[in-house]
Write a protein that binds this ligand. Structure first.
Ligand code: SF4
Length: 400
């Protein structure tokens, strides 16, 4: 399994597979074919169908150069090596000097000419069961496993990640007005933070506050601002909202939050290596479901004083009830249903962390089982529901 650095990435939204991955491939081409003076980039599959709404064309043009890049949206070709396949042709004047085949596999990771970039296995474990056995046998907690096996500066990296998460919450709470795109969707984070209401009960207040944080980050993502993939751009609001809410509500020490972030990251890399975190490959269950699983496990870590059984139970609940969730972004924008889904998943994460305290001893489903199930379900999902905007809400949406 890879380093948590390959899961938590800082970069511009709105989509890790549709913006960060293509950006990385374009930078590779610029560094590898320095003499090229113009480019043709052909997008296929999900990138061709939702690339405009996800700002794929903008990031490619900005990276390779607006005046020297032509972008082709090929929605006709059906047989593809992956739903997020694209080709970059590099030219010197009229002469093609290179053809680079790319696959954006989700979370900002990209396979270029058959090689996964920056891939390095730092954990020898295959799944959660192996991690749990190691933890119990050696009496070592989950965050300590991360600090022992991941890169030596991983704690500093996680601190940097949490800073960017908090920054995106604060930016999102301040910004108002419409989000970019033809939906003219109003930002709601600031309103959720300070609505004009009297006599609010405690339960409503907590629901509203958690949601405001998730909206803040997700709206910043939809606007193309800097966020952290957790595990993806589309699902980037769930984990920051959950951790920041718990930290501020219960005055939790920063170092404990960083440990919780390590737990979330470890859960995320298990999903990434045994299933998928790409909506174009496995639907929204792989983005929002994985984010909810990560945040539920992290929240339970803080609640249970690092009991690995209840952490597993919370993470398993986090995924189980998002199984089958389709990816159906309206007008190809990462806005409806994406932003609200982040809030709902953050709320569930806090609840799951509590529920797991009562269910752990009687549960029948392991985290690894639910991860495998998500992967199988994702493969079975109709293509309409895999970031193509051809089914679900994207199809039935009608302007009011
Ligand atoms: S519906 Fe889910 S997977 Fe699809 S773009 Fe939105 S957040 Fe991402």
């Amino acid at each position: 399994m890879e380093s948590l650095k390959e899961l938590f990435k800082i970069g511009p939204g709105p989509s890790s597979s549709h913006t960060m991955g293509p950006e990385k491939a374009c930078i590779y081409v610029l560094n590898t074919h320095k003499e090229a003076n113009n480019f043709v980039v052909t997008l296929f599959g999900s990138l061709a169908l939702t690339g405009k709404g996800h700002l794929t064309d903008r990031i490619i043009a900005n990276t390779l150069g607006k005046t020297r890049t032509k972008i082709v949206f090929n929605i006709k070709r059906k047989t593809l090596p992956h739903p997020n396949y694209f080709i970059i042709q590099s030219f010197v004047d009229d002469k093609q000097i290179a053809k680079t085949e790319c696959i954006s596999i989700g979370g900002g990771n990209v396979i270029i000419n058959g090689n996964l970039q920056n891939s390095k296995n730092v954990y020898s474990f295959k799944n959660f069961e192996e991690i749990k056995c190691y933890s119990l046998k050696n009496n070592i907690l989950l965050p300590e496993i991360v600090y022992k096996f991941d890169d030596s500066d991983i704690k500093d990296y996680l601190n940097q990640i949490y800073d960017v998460m908090i920054d995106s919450i604060h930016r999102g709470l301040k910004n108002t007005g419409d989000l970019p795109g033809i939906l003219h969707l109003k930002r709601k984070a600031s309103y959720l933070q300070k609505p004009n209401i009297d006599n609010e009960d405690d339960e409503n207040r907590h629901i509203r506050v958690i949601s405001s944080y998730a909206y803040a980050v997700s709206e910043e993502n939809a606007a193309g601002s800097i966020i952290v993939t957790a595990p993806t751009c589309g699902s980037c609001g769930v984990l920051p909202a959950t951790l920041y809410y718990l930290q501020t509500r219960y005055n939790i020490k920063r170092e404990d939050i960083i440990d919780a972030l390590a737990v979330a990251g470890l859960i995320g890399v298990i999903f990434k290596s045994n299933a998928s975190i790409s909506g174009a490959f496995a639907g929204c269950q792989s983005e929002i479901g994985t984010a909810c699983s990560m945040a539920s496990g992290a929240a339970n870590f803080l609640k249970s004083n690092s009991n690995i059984e209840t952490i597993e139970c919370a993470a398993e609940i986090g995924m189980e009830h998002f199984l089958g969730l389709t990816c159906d972004p309206v007008k190809g924008l990462v806005q409806i249903p994406c932003i609200e889904r982040n809030a709902v998943a953050a709320l569930r994460s806090v609840e799951n962390a509590s529920l797991a305290m009562f269910l752990e001893s009687t549960r029948k489903i392991s985290l690894d089982t639910v991860i495998n199930t998500m992967y199988e379900t994702g493969k079975d999902l109709n293509n309409k529901y895999k970031e193509t905007s051809k089914g679900g809400l994207a199809k039935n949406y009608k302007k009011k």
